[in-house]
Design a protein around this ligand. Sequence first.
Ligand code: SF4
Length: 506
Amino acid sequence: MNRDGLLVLTPLAIEARAVRSGLPEARVVRGGMGRAKAARAAASLELGSSRAVAIAGFCGALDPSLRPGDVVVATEVRGPDGVRKLPSSTMLLAALAGRGIAARSGPIVSVDHVVSGNERLALADTGALAVDMESAWLATASDGRPLAVLRTVVDVAGRDLRTHPLATATGGVKAYRSLSRAAPALETWAAAAGPRRVLLAGPRSFCAGVERAIEIVERALDRYGPPVFVRKQIVHNVHVVRDLEQRGAVFVDELGEVPEGALVVFSAHGVSPQVRDEAAERTLRVIDATCPLVTKVHAEAKRFAKAGYTIFLIGHDGHEEVEGTTGEAPEAIRLVEEHDDLEQLAIENPGKVAYLTQTTLAVDEVNTVVEGLRGRFPSLSGPGSEDICYATQNRQDAVKALARECDLLLVIGSENSSNSQRLVEVAEREGCRARLVDDETGIDPAWLVDACTVGLTAGASAAEVLVERVIEALGDLGPVEVEERQVITESMRFTLPVELRSDVRG
Ligand code: SF4
């Protein structure tokens, strides 16, 4: 894909020099200062083989927290003739971060004269981070090609650059150095530009257990009002947690942080009986958002333990679901994390053993461990039906169905999401490069170089809107052809706890 097709537009000669000092090979075109020159330059520009355009230069801060030399990346450019949104700015930020450069991102507004005093305050009130005099007009030169706008701060908000020439000169030196340092990131961003195909894995995103858990917290907030305490993350996703926090949910690690008598929701991953006992002792009002498929595993653990079995629980040490299930029968359960653990298993009664699994593991790996267990313990019993849940299985099958066609697979999900991590592993086992990202801001443009076909999925705890945001960011780097590969249609729904159902008032 494109490595050499970057055209950098700068207003002034000094800005062009700063860019060239950081990017000696780049094609840099100087457009001149102000609206008229920028518009003329844009109209007469020959883009040639350029496949991505960047506008780079200095700016004035509107946000009072910006200091001289700070790097600003535009999420949109506002001008008198409209707004140009720049969804791939997140990838320029990632490229800058990769070079150790912390940048701010937000709207940049272009005006046709130097602004100061109340006029500048009024611009700041619009939410724009910074102001310049060319970007909106230079942007028209991109002619539909991917566009990035990177500016470095010369003068701070509230200081008139005409009445503070010394501070402006000092700010100019800092802005020059920052622009020179930041310029190579433009090349990294531009290298990701180009047309590509996106293969969407289906099913993806929320499962029935996650939808139910989120709805439980939302309904609890509606019915009882904030705060609603939630023990642990309701589901393992930073966006879900942040959204619910904004609505009044308070996430705690342990029940000791919840005031006596308050309302607490148990997360989708389930809790041990010890946690339930503690809630009762502290007279907490409990709503249980444990996924019914996790509850089923708890029931199996109790059944096997009662019948005198030793239970091998295949799962990840420290995961909340494993802690909850283990709490049902701590004397009987032995954790098995991987096939290698089988070597060390010494059991008193090898004729009475059973296995259970965490619901969100990689299906193939579980099968390998179960086969190993069966090899050692031929009378091994298992759950009535497999514990790996339908959503985990379906999302892994969907990734398998397309991974071999992809140059890169992006999995949307949080670091602590087990099922999302497994999707990465499933793709890698199919020979596909895969990366886990919380959203479009986590995409490093370097991953996209030569990635003509990108697979896209989302873990069971990641919202579909995040998939749309990633597609939008990719689409800002060039034409994107989206094709969905649906391996199965899901219709599973779980009922809400009785106290939150609309037909039952609590
Ligand atoms: S991934 Fe499966 S077990 Fe976990 S919440 Fe979703 S449906 Fe329930």
